[in-house]
Design a protein. Sequence first.
Lengths: 124, 711
Amino acid sequence: MTRILVADDDRDIRELVVAKLELSGYEVVAFANGEAVLDALRGGGIDLVLLDASMPGRGGVEVCAAVRHDPQFASLPVILLSARAEESDVEVGLAAGATDYVVKPFSPRGLLERVEEALQGAAR
Amino acid sequence: MNGADGADGATGGIRSYVRRGIVAALVAAALSGGTGLFAVAGISGAVDRIVHSLDPLQNDNAAILQTIAGAESSIRAYELSSGAGGAQFLAEYRSGVRSYEKEMTSALLAAGNDPAAESALLAVQAQADGWLAVASPLARQPAMPAAAALDAATLRSAFSTIQAASADAAKVVDNEIRAARTNADSTESIALFVVSAAALLTVAIAAVIGLRARRTLVLPLESLVAAISRLHGGDSSARVDPDGPAEVQAAGHALNALAERLGGDERRRARIRALSDLVTHDVREHIDLADLLGEAVAAVGVAFDVDRVFVRLANDDVVDAIAAEWHREGLDDLGPSIARPPGVAKLIAEATRDGRSLVIEDARTDARLTAPDITTHFSRVDLRASVISPIVAAGELLGSLVILDNSPRYWQEDEVGLIEVAGEELGRAMQHAQLFTAQRELVAQLQELDRSKSEFLSTVSHELRTPLTSIAGYVEMLEEEDAGPVTEQQMKMLEIVDRNARRLRGLIEDLLTLSRIEVGAFRVSLEPVDVAAIIDDVLQVIEPTVRDKGLTLHTEFAEDLGLVMADRSQLERALLNLLANAAKFTPEGGAVTVLATRDRAELRLAVNDTGIGIPPDELEQLSTRFFRASNATERAIPGTGLGLTIVRNIVEHHGGTLEIHSELGVGTSFVIRIPADRRTESRGTAMRGRSDRRAAARSATMNEGEGVVPK
């Protein structure tokens, strides 16, 4: 089963994403911050990562950069979720190595499509 | 004019100079004349001697010989004669002897100064005497023809000795004549040489005199004339370097003194001009009070040539702290803390009450200034002469302008007047500066306020997006029955929540866009986009709204609108905004029409409605942020007044224009024109692929059908 890691400090959004993904048949591991993400990834078995770009402490952009820094995660799909939609914000996210950048507010259905897209891209 | 010449020329006046010139000219003339005279005299002496003594001597000598020859032939004829004929020959002989004696006397006279000629003549005379000693006895006896042959031989031999002596004498005189001629010739060539030399010398002296005259007289005069014409032309800096004869030097000094006076007047005028420039222009330019006062005290100090100028500012009607001060070089600052003792303050307040100045010419003799605290204070600030003018603006005492001199000074009336004018202008300028400072602070505050407002707007918009994500997200999941079946009633309610969530989202996007526009961060990224596709997308979004409101929607556009360089999401947003507006302001039963045309130069998108229209006097303001037409607010039609601001901004970022035509109660037409170059179509395909990823990221929010879309 495909496993997805979700990290967002906003509980409601985290639960929304988790619920939508689980209903769609994915196994989800959720975190309320970015600190433990890298360790969890090293634990293995994660197929895709959804990160809130601006969490307190280690934000999603920073975590994304750290993930990409590790060669074993070079092709792991990472999607950033952000309330910041300025072009410069998107640039920063993509520059940190994100596979995709989804701006809040997003529709759960729309997010699911982007997740599937990213998984297909990684499988190809 | 160099120093050596100057010193040389400075030794005398024109008179002595002319005298020296005349003397030099006379010497030259005497030299050439004298040598000439000498030469002429020498030559004429020689000629004279030849003409008057040597030539006649020669003639006399020849004549003597001839006369004696005649006498000899007469006496010989007498001796041979007989009868009466003998007497005639005797008479001829006697006449010949007398002639000889006369000629000899004349010749001796002519040779008087010439010893050689005289001795030669005397030799002739001695021989002639010998001949006479033979001839005379013959004349005294009767003719004796028998003895004639013998006597004739004796006479002839005596005559030949005379002939020899005469030839000697002729030779001597000839030599004399030759010598005299040679002498005259050499005198002539010497004289010629001397006269030529004298003439050259005269010319040289004349040249020297001329050059000296030029150097010592003409050049100083020329520079004098040049300086005068410069002065005449208004250049009061013209001066001469006094030089040349005493009179010219004196004229130079006088001219310099005159120029000095003219320059002094000019400086004074310049001072007044500078001061008036200062008060009317410079001072007003300074908006910073400290700069203004600093500039003013320095200008006044320099203009009036005083020791010290400062401005005291009034606080609560007490003129006290020194706000700006200027002093002549070499003096010390008083510093801001020298306070006026009450006596001085009272004196000045009373003297300047009606706006006049307190004028002090000599503090030590001024009867008003005898109180001890006044004299102490004035000696502390080293005040001897002073003008103290109140600085008043709009009836309010702002301070005082204080001018000090360390020595007594008679203040001219116009000076005091000028200082008072300076005080008045300073007052006005200070008032301006204060107003300006206040205004500048206000502007800075407003700018800060505006900046923090933009920041606030941006923060709030971002913060609003997070909860909105939850609201819209859960509503969507509920509607899709992700959490189980939903009743029809519940579905209706969820749709209402969903619609309002979208509306809220549109508002947030508008606010964000506005804050981007305001901080200058609004950007469009142009790429080739399919115009027809944009219109289709927007129509799909707006269609339910139009239908629900009972409006008809018409579209008129060619299928081949092609590609234009545009920011797809922004252009969609602009069009959607216009359509939403049209729907909002058109009453039930009305029509909304979308027209799209394209020509070589531009794409034209028009949205026409049959709505309430816009009051003509409000058309201008329509694209101003937060502006709402009065008829919209009267009818309580909801809106933020941001839509058109954003549309205009988007269009303008595409290099296009937004036109608005409206008639109250008839309808409104919005026309977007953006440049459309047919060439973009060929570039289209290549560019599309490259920007795919970013376009996808950005349109994640857009393809949900956002915008201000009231349903």
